[in-house]
Design a protein around this ligand. Structure first.
Ligand code: ADP
Ligand code: MG
Length: 687
């Protein structure tokens, strides 16, 4: 795809057509014409270089502001030309633009780019030459409506400068809204425009003016990939019979490990091996076609070059789905890619669906299915884990055994030649064993479709995602257009937020968030919290953590304080966090919870923090927390701090899906992350 940069004046003309305010200008080729043009426009003017090779005009000495006379225009002309030649001798100089000089104003940036996964994206933030330094930019995936545009404006850190800060008069926010609406329409309707930035847009007490425009067009419109694959029937994930092509008796082979982990499968298992008649105690068949009964799933571990033939055989036999564990395809470059394409084509003609290649396949513990070579199969449970990395699956499964975490499904997506994230999310979304979904994502191909499917599933089940690739390395050479500032990772984060996906950074964080959201009540309704504790120190820390992670500790109205006064010791702190003091008994917690349950409209979530002591057992505390939870629709989050003495209580809470964390910072961090998704909390802690 050819990309070309339009000149500033072409950019102005385009934008003007959509109602974006731009300066008047003339393009000149000689110093004399420059002087004439400046005079016509009216002094002072700004003069700038026009060259497709010079992207940052100031860097090339290509911008002169405050040109106040004919003589100044002549000398500016010469200065700009000689500067440009010095900067880049090969730069083709198309003339000089003489434009109306704008009054100083608040410098903002509006930009757009085309993300490979999610399509067109609009960015907005504080502009000018310090844009990379300030990094005060927000972004949205197109199309935007007016509400979204208003939200973007208010959420940048620089918003007070727009609203009016310390006696400064407010800027024309409505002019900004209408400019952003115009720009939105321009980008939406200009199919060939792949990237642009207006930096700066000057905003005044009255009106706005774009004083630079860089527009990049492609020779053909950017088309989003459309998903034409038919959906995968649910029963494909519930095979009654499985063939293992490449099953082996040799414990050093992949085909051995895969077979080994499948021995627990309660359905029919058919090892396929053309050299042996028995493998790991089961009768083996020389080929798929030699199996005398229907096969619902083929697991393939033979070398890549044999795979096309095996898929052909699967097709002839009517095997509906195959998991290709074998590597050596697209991930190996051109040759492997061609082989992969061939396999997909063969599969398609026969209607065979493919998981992988280059994957571990799937583990569905409740059904006794494990096509992977993990060290030990995980326990059944309610978390679905879908991962683009096989190594991470091995790690997570191993960790889960020690931590007593169980799975409804573990799926390794591999190269996603046919089935991809969408199919797996649809499957676990419908699967009634799955209560929470965790994704490890490196890259998504069809972002728009992904957002749609994930948003649908996230309505009834929490989706938590780790997205790799957040580092800015590689963006170091970034130019000053927004395109590079809104690196793809930020677009993913925005897509996640839209789709209702909680983004986390660590595996531990993913499981903590899953724990938090596995409860029927899911999200807190809002950000307002009450804290109830018997530990003064943790009450103080609670306030710190809550503030850090975007949780609002509400003030209790006097009638609630009065109700609490009736039974709390005289010297309780009479505020929120509610410190019940170290000698708090079960009764004191019970009565406090009852008061809060009577006023559910005052708070959205309650943090209950207990520490080990001799007047209150963890069991008593857990019992009261459960009773409290049953008496309110608001969310409860427990933190039973301490060691093993708290285990009984922790277990009781776990049985009822009440999240209970054993480190207070994590409690607030997890909730902050959840709020990040729902309420656009700014900069919540990393999880
Ligand atoms: P660059 O290619 O370096 O981004 P710009 O066209 O943005 O070049 O010009 C650099 C700076 O000069 C702008 O950030 C702005 O502050 C100032 N400037 C440019 N054009 C005008 C104008 N018409 N009126 C006033 N200031 C301007
Ligand atoms: Mg600029």
């Amino acid at each position: 795809m050819e990309r070309t940069m339009l000149s500033e004046s072409e950019g102005y003309d385009l934008l003007k057509g959509y109602g974006v305010p731009v300066p008047s200008y003339r393009i000149v080729m000689t110093p004399h014409d420059a002087a004439d043009a400046a005079e016509t426009i009216g002094f002072p003017v700004v003069m700038k270089i026009i060259s497709p090779q010079i992207v940052h005009k100031s860097d090339a000495g290509g911008v002169v502001v405050g040109v106040g006379s004919r003589e100044a225009a002549v000398s500016a002309f010469e200065k700009i030309i000689s500067g440009a030649k010095k900067y880049n001798n090969n730069a083709e100089i198309k003339g000089i633009i003489v434009e109306q000089q704008a009054e100083p104003g608040l410098e903002l940036i509006i930009g757009g780019k085309t993300d490979p996964a999610f399509g067109k994206v609009i960015t907005f933030g504080m502009g000018g030459t310090l844009v990379e330094l300030m990094k005060d930019i927000t972004l949205r995936i197109m199309p935007l409506d007016e509400g979204t545009i208003r939200q973007m404006i208010t959420e940048i850190d620089g918003y007070p400068l727009i609203k009016g800060y310390r006696g400064m008069k407010p800027k024309d926010e409505e002019a900004l809204v209408s400019t952003l609406m115009s720009v939105n329409r321009f980008f939406l309707e200009s199919e060939n425009v792949v990237e642009f930035d207006i930096n700066p847009l000057r905003l005044y007490e009255n009106g706005a003016l774009a004083v630079d425009a860089r527009v990049i067009v492609a020779d053909k419109p950017v088309q989003q990939a459309v998903d034409e694959r038919p959906p995968v029937p649910m029963e494909y994930f519930n095979p009654r019979s499985i063939a293992i092509v490449g099953a082996s008796q040799d414990s050093s082979k992949m085909g051995y490990a895969v077979m080994h982990n499948l021995l627990h499968f309660p359905g029919q298992l058919y090892p396929v091996n053309n050299k042996r008649s028995e493998i790991q105690g089961l009768k083996a068949y020389p080929s798929i076609s030699a199996i005398p009964a229907p096969v619902d799933l083929a697991v393939i571990t033979v070398p890549a070059i044999h795979v096309p033939r095996i898929i052909e055989e699967c097709g002839v036999k009517g095997v509906p789905m195959a998991i290709i564990i074998t590597a050596g395809f697209k991930e190996m470059g051109e040759h492997g890619k061609a082989l992969e394409d061939r396999i997909v084509a063969i599969a398609r003609t026969h209607g065979v669906r493919i998981i992988g290649p280059n994957c571990l396949g799937m583990i569905i513990p409740p059904r006794g299915i494990d096509t992977t070579y993990v060290h030990q199969s995980p326990r059944p449970g309610n978390i679905a884990f879908i991962s683009q990395s096989g190594a991470i699956i091995n790690t997570v499964v191993d960790m889960s055994l020690a931590k007593n975490i169980g799975f409804s499904a573990v799926i390794s997506v591999g190269n996603q030649a046919d089935l991809d994230f969408l199919d797996y999310i649809r499957f676990v979304g419908k699967d009634d064993k799955t209560k929470a979904i965790i994704l490890y994502i490196e890259q998504i191909n069809n972002g728009k479709a992904f957002m749609e499917v994930a948003a649908e599933v996230a309505k009834c089940k929490p989706i938590i995602a780790i997205k790799s690739g957040s580092s800015t390395r590689g963006q170091a050479a970034a130019s000053s257009h927004t395109g590079s500032l809104s690196g793809s990772y930020e677009v993913y984060m925005e897509a996640f937020r839209n789709a209702g996906i909680i983004a986390v950074h660590t595996l531990t964080g993913a499981f903590l968030a899953a724990q938090m959201l596995a409860h029927r009540k899911r999200y807190p309704k809002g950000r307002r919290a009450v804290v109830i504790t018997n530990a003064g120190g943790f009450a103080v820390l609670s306030s710190d953590y809550a503030e850090r992670y975007g949780i609002e500790i509400v003030d209790l109205p006097s009638e609630v304080i009065d109700e609490l006064n009736e039974f709390l010791p005289e010297f309780w702190n009479k505020g929120n966090p509610i410190d019940l003091l170290g000698d708090a008994t079960e009764k004191r917690f019970e009565k406090t919870f009852a008061v809060l349950a009577r006023h559910p409209e005052l708070w959205d979530m309650a943090f209950i923090i207990g520490f080990p002591n001799l007047v209150l057992t963890s069991e008593q505390l857990a019992k009261q927390i459960l009773k409290f939870s049953a008496s309110t629709e608001n969310r409860l989050v427990a933190t039973l701090l301490g060691g093993d003495s708290m285990n009984v209580g922790r277990e009781m809470l776990k049985e009822h899906d009440i999240p209970s964390f054993d480190e207070l910072d994590y409690t607030y961090r997890v909730v902050g992350r959840v709020l990040w998704q729902k309420f656009r909390v700014k900069a919540p802690g990393l999880l």
